[in-house]
Design a binder for this molecule. Structure first.
Ligand code: NAP
Length: 674
């Protein structure tokens, strides 16, 4: 008998007086006793007073490295989780989505944190906004971690991924978390959570766990806390209405149930690649996790003239699906998570059956080896709804199991309209080889769906799957799907941060952000900045070059040397006729090359490579006879490897009248000190 424990303020608390017994959906035997008595205020205090400060003392890159170490730790011990996985009714393949999928999500956020966030405590959102004529007063949006706690309430179907996909962005932001898994599969979440605590990788107070009821936790939340909920729309509605959350404007992210659609394009006849892809993915969606996936395809929307071949292909493929004990490697469809879940699916399927007829999978006539009424198995069940315009239940009742409904459409706008009848979904997919169909459906449907997954013969081999939420892309959706965006790369991290507009002089803004802003003080270093190691370089350290004249010979030489003989550089009359140029002008790339010649220090030294150039703008033409000079300023430093980091230089070119002619950010890799 498993006895998963809560983890409160560094202490494990076992099942208490009102503990609940969980039964195996596979055998009906008792498998776990859950439900500990926790003290919500003690948990909140610990998170806010101990976990939050410890996490905020670290920078984004420190926390990203922490996540990577955590993912490695879990990866090394994941077989212990796979050993528990069949108790949830899931096959090993289902478990892969949950366990490996969860660990990969942590790896992805760790990598994004290092690549897309600064090596510091402040995340900049957009560039500096000019707010004054002379540049002495500017604005900048920046984001800092909230000072509260992330309360993560998760659904039963992904006990490991569900926890990790929320922990990763929350911890990366610098916010501690209290995790509340769904009771039915809490023992698997607890096992993964215990590994996290045992690893010692996270600071004290960064994570706590509630196995059982949350008591009055939500009543105690405030303006700096975030609730991230995953589960049914009914529970979300109930929790959202908590007066404390409303009064304090506590952020509430909801990922709810969703009647996801899959559309087969009008072009995708039975012999097309897209037809086969559609059938294959539909069967996968119906059977993975026994259909208990928030992203599963529930509505299969196909051209009216293809209904029969699609029905035939699907029923043929579903007939080959083996249902049974998830520990058996040959089994494709395991058990639902519990008997009550099975009862719920049958009740919802009955509602669908009022509008659609079942064309595959009879739960009454269905028997598997060792059948027992205590077992939570169901066959895949496919319905056909002939009149989806008149239907209501097929667009609104989520049977959270291996259930889907097939329905016909007339043309692409009609298909999109049917997909939108779900009232907002996490994902809709389209299988077509026709870009025009893709465009029509996307424009008609995108507003109703968090993700649009378009698959065709050219993407099939590498497509990540309709049902896979990816940490890089938004996971969430409008309307019925909850209106949340749980992931989506750094967007997910920003849910746990406050975006603030800061206004002031460039000197003040630079001090806040740790990055040089035009107009902030320039620092003169003891030697050429290219002689300075990554560690020695100061933000604001500047080189101002001597001027160099640009001659007609230079322009001619560059034109013939590179082959760029565009008329603006070569033909006086044609250049004059162009509204941008006074006559023949220097190539922009010639100016960039001259700039490099003006600021480079040629000897081997700490600058290892030029790796790119951002935000290049040519502002004013340079005519033969003009001269240019350069200002090069160390604007930002980011540690990258054990031996070197990235230095971003703000570079501006000016003419003889000190007018800016070009602006860009130069990226270099610079070695650390000795
Ligand atoms: P659920 O019954 O709504 O429960 C969700 C979570 O809310 C569970 O952790 C549950 O804990 C908790 N909860 C219930 N009442 C609560 C209360 N008064 N205070 C605090 N927490 C409370 O959903 P489920 O049955 O676990 O999951 C199935 C549903 O989730 C499906 O509808 C599915 O579509 C949806 N889902 C959505 C997503 C998504 O990303 N959009 C992902 C997965 C699942 P207990 O278990 O202890 O009651």
């Amino acid at each position: 008998m498993l006895t998963p424990e809560s983890y409160q303020a560094g202490r494990w608390i076992g099942p208490g007086a009102g503990a609940q017994i969980l039964r195996s959906p596979v055998t009906g035997e008792e498998i776990a006793r859950t439900g500990s008595e926790i003290e919500p205020q003690a948990m909140l205090d610990h998170a806010r007073d101990t976990g939050g400060p410890a996490l905020r003392a670290m920078g984004f890159h420190d926390r990203a490295r922490m996540l990577k170490a955590l993912a490695q730790h879990l990866d090394a011990r994941k077989e212990e989780l796979y050993a528990l996985n069949p108790l949830t009714g899931a096959t090993r393949r289902d478990g892969w989505v949950d366990i490996d999928g969860g660990i990969m999500t942590v790896f992805a956020f760790a990598s994004k944190g290092r690549r897309e966030m600064p090596d510091g405590q402040v995340y900049l959102d957009g560039g500096t906004e000019a707010l004054s004529r002379n540049g002495t007063f500017v604005g900048q949006h920046m984001a800092v971690p909230l000072r509260g706690v992330g309360v993560h309430i998760n659904a039963f179907n992904f006990p490991v991924w569900g926890m990790l996909e929320k922990l990763a962005p929350c911890l990366l932001a610098g916010v501690p978390a209290i995790v509340k898994p769904a009771t039915q599969t809490s023992y698997l979440t607890e096992a993964a959570f215990r590994m996290i605590v045992d690893s010692g990788i996270l600071p004290e107070g960064a994570v706590q766990l509630i196995v059982g009821r949350t008591g009055d936790l939500l009543d105690r939340l405030g303006a700096q806390d975030v609730v991230s909920f995953t589960g049914s729309a009914d529970t979300a509605l109930m929790l959202r209405q908590n007066p404390a959350l409303a009064r304090n404007s506590t952020r509430f992210i909801a990922e709810q149930d969703s009647l996801n659609a899959a559309i087969l394009g009008p072009d995708a006849g039975p012999d097309s690649e897209e037809f086969k892809l559609f059938v294959k993915e539909a069967v996968t969606e119906m059977t993975t996790k026994a259909g208990q996936k928030c992203t599963a395809m529930r509505r299969l929307i196909v051209p009216a003239d293809l209904i029969d071949p699609v029905a035939e292909a699907l029923t043929g493929a579903l007939a080959k699906v083996t249902v049974g004990n998830p520990e058996d490697r040959a089994v494709r469809l395991g058990a639902l998570a519990s008997l009550s879940q099975k009862a719920d699916v049958l009740e919802k399927a009955a509602a669908i059956e009022t509008e659609a007829r079942r064309i595959f999978g009879d739960p009454d006539a269905f028997a598997i080896h060792d059948a027992d009424p205590a077992q939570a198995f169901l066959p895949p069940m496919l319905y056909l709804c002939d009149d989806p315009d008149a239907a209501r239940a097929v667009h609104s009742v989520e049977a959270f199991g291996p259930v889907a409904t097939l329905m016909p459409y007339r043309d692409a706008p009609h298909a999109a309209a049917l997909a939108n009848r779900g009232g907002g979904s996490l994902v809709a997919s389209l299988f077509t080889n026709d870009p025009q169909v893709a465009r029509t459906v996307a424009l008609e449907a995108a507003a109703w769906h968090g993700r649009l997954y378009i698959n065709d013969r050219t993407s099939a081999a590498e497509a990540t799957g309709h049902g896979s939420p990816l940490p890089h892309m938004i996971h969430g959706g409008p309307g019925r799907a909850g209106g949340g965006e749980e992931m989506g790369g750094i967007r997910g991290v920003l849910h746990y941060m406050q975006r603030t507009a800061v206004q002031g002089s460039p000197r003040m803004i630079s001090a806040l952000t740790g990055q040089w802003t035009a107009g902030a003080p320039e620092v003169t270093g003891p030697e050429h900045p290219f002689r300075r190691s990554f560690d020695d370089l100061e933000i604001g350290e500047t080189l101002r070059s001597d001027p160099r004249q640009v001659t007609l010979d230079d322009i001619e030489h560059f034109a013939h040397f590179t082959g760029d003989t565009f008329y603006a550089h070569m033909d006086q009359a044609a250049a004059e006729a162009n509204p941008f140029f006074p006559g023949r002008v220097a190539h922009g790339y010639l100016l960039l090359s001259f700039a490099a010649g003006l600021f480079v220090q040629p000897d081997p030294g700490p600058v290892l490579a030029n790796t790119g150039l951002n935000a290049l703008a040519f502002m004013k033409p340079v005519s033969p006879g003009d001269s240019v000079h350069v200002r090069l300023t160390c604007a930002r430093k980011t540690r990258r490897t054990d031996t070197y980091g990235e230095v971003a230089w703000a570079v501006s070119l000016y003419n003889q009248d000190d007018e800016k002619v070009a602006d860009y950010e130069l990226l270099t890799m610079v070695a650390y000190r000795g």
